[in-house]
Design a protein around this ligand. Structure first.
Ligand code: FAD
Length: 288
């Protein structure tokens, strides 16, 4: 079984002990969930942790039964603690940079480890990265009064004014998701893809305002007014106020590892079968 050396709080893999049953790539909610179960089966497991979780900028996580309103950072700290209570599991703060199949195992290289780490099975849990609005000072509201997922944070718009930053394609159907919470909705089309006439009519019919050809470019100010607390500037110089901002601009699937292994993709996501197996067989005959 592989052994982890802990040195001055830093974790590193010992050169003589680099074979694991399972390597989990990504230590977000998915990767740590998998590692927890593997720990209970006493399987020698290594979890690679690099970067932040997708929701790290938001203050509270919702709709996890028993953990309502927990902060993402507290959630992850507790999840790591749970996982590390099983001694067959190790977590290392390293990014996987290369991966290949060999005769009877996979070989994994990281940004810090010169020696490839071996594992019999790979779990890819690398997540997605959301495309944030390319507007000045967005960081001031990101996760505090700006989110992207109605299912997670739509309640924040209840009875409030809402500005949505979206691409033309899909903007109106996204905006409609908020109608149970608010009817004060203004949609800014941030790209050059125009709405078609039927979308414009539908938006008008249900009272959603749409601004085309004048994208928002800057968060000017965030005040503590009870309403209209975010002051935004459009490209033409107009000023708008809103209580809450949502954005719907897509995401990048973190599929580099999967691509290196030759996994088939479907719309950038890893194609899996009913048992969540990728199209790559257990081992290929390659050398790293
Ligand atoms: C603002 C916001 C609010 C949200 N609120 C909620 C909510 O209230 N409730 C809810 O259920 N969901 C919420 N979500 C969604 C939730 O964040 C995601 O569903 C969840 O993070 C997905 O977990 P994951 O493990 O698949 O991916 P992630 O959390 O993104 O974790 C993947 C991890 O893998 C790492 N990684 C990537 N490539 C490598 C590599 N090569 N080597 C090593 N590590 C790698 C990444 O850096 C990352 O740390 C929210 C999301 C956002 C953005």
């Amino acid at each position: 079984m592989a052994k982890l050396i802990r040195k001055s709080g830093e974790e590193m893999i010992s050169a003589s002990a680099t074979a694991f049953d399972v390597a989990v790539i990504g230590a977000g909610f998915a990767g740590l969930s998998a590692a927890l179960v593997l720990g209970r089966y006493l399987l020698p497991t290594i979890v690679f942790e690099a970067g932040e979780t997708r929701n790290h900028r938001t203050k509270h996580v919702h709709s996890y039964l028993g953990l309502e309103n927990i902060s993402p950072s507290r959630f992850i700290v507790q999840a790591r603690r749970d996982v590390l209570s099983y001694h067959s599991v190790n977590i290392i703060k390293q990014r996987v940079t290369a991966i290949k199949s060999s005769k009877d195992h996979f070989l994994i290289a990281t940004d810090q480890n010169q020696l490839p780490i071996k594992a019999k099975y790979i779990i890819i849990a690398t997540g997605v990265i959301d495309t944030k609005p390319n507007i000045k000072n967005f960081i001031k509201i990101d996760g505090k009064s700006a989110w992207h997922c109605p299912h997670c944070d739509g309640l924040e718009t209840a009875g409030k004014s809402l500005i949505i930053l979206a691409k033309g394609n899909g903007a109106i159907s996204y905006a409609k998701e908020f109608l149970g919470w608010t009817n004060k909705i203004k949609v800014f089309i941030q790209d050059s893809c125009p709405l078609d006439q039927s979308q414009r009519h539908e938006a008008k019919r249900i009272g959603i305002e749409v601004v085309e050809n004048d994208p928002l470019v800057e968060v000017l100010k965030v005040s503590d007014r009870s309403s209209g607390k975010i002051k935004l500037l459009s490209n033409s110089g107009k000023v708008y106020y809103s209580d809450v901002v949502f954005y719907h601009l897509g995401y990048n699937v973190q599929n580099n590892v999967a691509k290196q292994l030759g996994c088939e993709l479907e719309e950038e996501f890893i194609k899996v079968d009913k048992r969540q197996q990728t199209t790559v067989p257990k081992f290929l005959q390659q050398e790293m």
